[in-house]
Design a binder for this molecule. Structure first.
Ligand code: TXA
Ligand code: MG
Length: 350
């Protein structure tokens, strides 16, 4: 299959540029598109064959359910048993980077929900994503548009790397603002539970619902190894660069000293090494490759470049990657959740 590419400026487009992509979606094909979080790999959420194709293209285990993207709150009632908590959160944060899990309605095929009786729903705020859903007239099932196990794509180039020849069209709408996946909250039960941390934080959710808990499997900076995550996708190794990533946490000077000694050790053994630092700390390191992930003054800058930097490590074929920790701040939990998965839990304190 040849994968087509459509370039669109999200700040200035008419909508008709998306006609071909809409036809493909309605015919059961696959279209990668930009959202405010990461690029999604879309197919018709109510067409079991399209859902199956998504798993095939990504190489994703079929028990890992997809998120259904809608363009207006009314659509929620077609596919989900809407709860009071869910509606409150939807009204407060949609359109935006929040996914809500409800009991599903019959119309949603088990292929889309990985066989679960619940369905994850999100209303994105990205102009291109919204127009694509509205114009196609369907609900779009979309996981992140990466091969299973690879970092989520934050540029069309990343989607091409992973899925060229495996899907019909990629809509290139530039870089998403946020750069990490949506927060997922299960509102199907008596108490709202965060299943995946993201840009919408627990405090923001608590401003709307007094009672919000966190799935114990993702609580804390270091994930609990022996508890099974309620979002099936959270149990898989994710966001992984090809090299081995180690996070070093502690005061900036100690971290730099430790990383410099690890780098020197591996360099002597003949391996290719790299350091992930910040604008404020990058001068503390001695390594051939030192990448700044952003400034500690802007957590958003760190979240937005996280996946790109992990992919860059692969382009350069780095074998050992040493990174500072980014656990502090409001978004820290969400960023570190991804970093730790990329590092397969390898973190040391100094
Ligand atoms: O920001 C996002 O959420 C992006 C964009 C494209 O919208 N999508 C995304 O999808 O990150 P994906 O498939 O990479 O991650 C979906 C996560 C998985 O961990 C999956 O297990 C979980 O959502 N999930 C989906 N349906 C669920 C359900 N019914 N119950 C629990 N977890 C669910
Ligand atoms: Mg994903």
């Amino acid at each position: 299959m040849t994968t087509g590419i459509i370039k669109i400026n999200p700040d200035n487009f008419k909508g008709e540029e998306l006609e071909e992509a809409c036809h493909i979606l309605k015919d059961g094909g696959l279209v990668a598109f930009p959202t405010e979080t990461v690029y999604g790999l879309g197919g018709d959420a109510l067409n079991p064959l399209a859902a199956s194709k998504i798993y095939g293209a990504k190489g994703r285990p079929s028990d890992n359910p997809l998120i259904v993207h809608i363009a207006c709150i009314d659509s929620l009632y077609d596919i989900a048993e809407v709860t009071e908590d869910g509606l409150k959160l939807a009204k407060a944060f949609w359109p935006g980077p929040l996914t809500l899990v409800f009991k599903k309605k019959e119309i949603v095929p088990p292929q889309t929900t990985g066989g679960l009786d619940t369905v994850a729903v999100r209303m994105p705020c990205h102009a291109v994503a919204r127009e694509l859903i509205k114009r196609s007239g369907i609900y779009i099932a979309a996981p992140s548009a990466n091969l299973s196990g690879r970092p989520s794509p934050t540029q069309a180039k990343h989607v091409i790397e992973d899925l060229d020849g495996r899907i019909d069209i990629i809509i290139d709408g530039g870089s998403p603002d946020i750069g990490i996946e949506s927060t997922i909250v299960d509102v199907s039960g008596s108490r709202a539970v965060i299943l995946r941390p993201g840009y919408i934080t627990k405090d923001m959710l608590k401003d709307v619902l007094c009672d919000v808990s966190t799935d114990p499997a993702i609580e804390g900076i270091v994930p609990q190894k022996d508890i099974v995550a309620k979002a099936p996708g959270m149990k898989y190794r994710h966001y992984a660069p090809k090299g081995q990533l180690l996070i070093v946490e502690g005061s900036p000077d100690r971290v730099a000293r430790k990383i410099n000694s690890l780098v020197s050790e591996k360099d002597t053994e003949g391996y290719k090494t790299a350091v992930i630092a910040t604008d404020e700390t990058k001068d503390k390191y001695k390594c051939n490759i030192i990448k700044s992930i952003g400034t500690r003054k802007s957590e958003n800058s760190i979240a937005a470049s996280l996946y790109n930097i992990l992919r860059e490590m692969d382009y350069m074929e780095v074998q050992y990657i040493y990174s500072e920790s980014f656990g502090a701040g409001i978004l820290g939990g969400a960023v570190m959740n991804r970093m730790l998965k990329a590092a397969a839990g390898h973190i040391i304190q100094v």
